[in-house]
Design a protein around this ligand. Structure first.
Ligand code: GLY
Length: 462
């Protein structure tokens, strides 16, 4: 948790941006795994963390914009709770820790919201994503759960995105730290990547490092020698020499800030020359993306430049052909890279995705595209100092997609389908760094870049 002044400042700005009414920020509750008392590790709502800082289940915060007053709602523990959980701070103490002067029992929240609605006041809430909070919102507002998303406040969504998109020095410190945990995870994965090892064994090592650093992995670890499946969570393969192992993994800090990096390494420690060609194509696209990243450019432009770099290398490898500009404009590279260059990162891995990707990654100037590949770009808008984004180009040989494009004669002017037949068992490569947009350019978060050149990777795997 940061100092209370940080949260006071954030809430003051939020009230200014939203302008009127009540702002309701719901915290998360415990989530049962298989019976009520056996819960998943508690994960707080990240908007609640941002404005109220507290890592406790069962709280909500209200910002009364018109009265210029904030209240924390929650229940004090009783003796039964103390027996099982130990002594706990009171709701009022928790509120004071984050600069909130008023606190109240949770049951009062219903009365306050209903009174505001009865007086015709606007009650702003964010799009809920947990079922218990959807039901709570129905109780508070009377809105049917099936309609609740459409009643979320666009003004509040936009205000929260405006604030959370630009990371301050406290947040950057946490992000650097959690990226250092990510560094350890990836180096451990590289060093464990040997023929005969079960993928799941390596996943367990990485989870342990993340937990030792403060929290669970920031999303279910993607680790597979079948890296052509973009989000492959199956970890039951025994690693085979000659394959590539793709690891997409990050940590969560105790403060909830995340890291998210990807590396792809040769099982056994030595790339073949065919692997090196594709690997270096992805590395060139990654480096191009980073070189261009700075305030003022749109991330869609950076995405397209990285795709162009990838295309030129794939042309040199004989897999693509034709005019470079036309090929990128047609989206031919999306056969190899059907996803976007990156996404915002912060308290969430896909930062603020609960608020709506079109608001987080796009605006009136840069609109989402419907072209295959480009449609999966999560972040397209103009970059500002303080944005944190991932830079994650990839190149995948997805047999079903290759067969589909070939059968349907898609982009035949730009793809050498005959040559591609030789690559159908190649797998996939993704290389991802977490990047902070600085005043004039950008930098990779963490003290050191995770090994990435062919030489660095082979050296660390020795
Ligand atoms: N790195 C996993 C994801 O971005 O979804």
């Amino acid at each position: 948790m940061f100092s209370k002044e940080v949260y006071i400042k954030r809430r003051n700005r939020l009230r200014e941006l939203v302008g009127d009414g009540l702002i309701l920020i719901l915290g998360n509750n415990e989530a049962p795994m298989d019976y009520p008392d056996n819960t998943y590790l508690f994960h707080q709502d990240c908007n609640f963390v941002y404005f109220f800082g507290l890592d406790h289940a069962g709280f909500a915060g209200v910002l009364d914009v018109d009265a210029n007053e904030d209240t924390l709602y929650g229940n004090d523990v009783d003796i039964d709770d103390i027996i099982w959980m130990g002594p706990q701070p009171s709701v009022q103490e928790l509120a004071s820790n984050v600069g909130v002067s008023k606190s109240s029992q949770f049951s009062q929240l219903e009365k306050v919201v209903k009174e505001a609605l009865a007086k015709g006041r606007k009650v702003h809430f964010l799009p809920p994503y947990r079922h218990d909070n959807i039901i709570l919102l129905e109780t508070l507002t009377g809105i049917n759960p099936s309609m609740i998303q459409s009643y979320a406040s666009i003004e509040l969504v936009k205000a929260v995105i405006e604030l959370r998109s630009v990371k301050d020095e406290h947040e950057i410190k946490e992000l650097d730290m959690v990226c250092n945990t990510g560094y350890k995870m990836h180096v451990a994965a590289m060093q464990a990547c040997k023929p005969g090892v079960l993928e799941q064994e390596i996943v367990g090592i990485l989870e342990g490092i993340s937990v030792s650093g403060g929290g669970l992995p920031s999303f279910p670890i993607i680790l597979s020698q079948n890296g052509e499946t973009l989000h492959n969570h199956y970890h039951g393969n025994i690693l085979e020499k000659g394959k590539l192992m793709l690891t997409d993994a990050g940590a969560t800090a105790a403060s909830y800030y995340c890291s998210d990096a990807t590396r792809t390494v040769p099982v056994g420690g030595k790339f073949t020359s065919k692997q090196k060609d594709i690997y270096n194509a992805v590395l060139a696209a990654n480096n191009k993306g980073r070189e261009l990243t700075k305030p003022g450019i749109t991330y869609k432009e950076v995405h397209l430049a990285a795709c162009k770099e990838l295309t030129s290398h794939l042309q040199a490898a004989g897999l693509m052909k034709g005019n470079l500009e036309d090929s990128v404009a047609a989206g031919a590279h999306a056969l190899f890279m059907p996803h976007g260059l990156g996404h915002m990162m912060g308290l969430n891995t896909h930062d603020m995705e609960d608020l709506g990707q079109n608001y987080v990654g796009f605006d009136d100037e840069v609109r989402p595209s419907s072209q295959f590949g480009l449609a999966s770009l999560r972040m397209g808008r103009r970059l500002q100092e303080g944005f944190v984004i991932t830079n994650e180009p990839g190149c995948y040989f997805i047999p079903a997609l290759i067969d589909k494009w070939r059968a349907e004669n898609i982009n035949t002017d730009f793809i050498n389908f005959d040559k591609l037949e030789e690559y159908k068992t190649f797998g996939g490569i993704r290389l991802e760094d977490d990047i902070l947009v600085t005043k004039d350019s950008c930098r990779i978060l963490g003290d050191r870049r995770i090994p990435i050149t062919v030489e660095e990777v082979e050296d660390i795997m020795k």
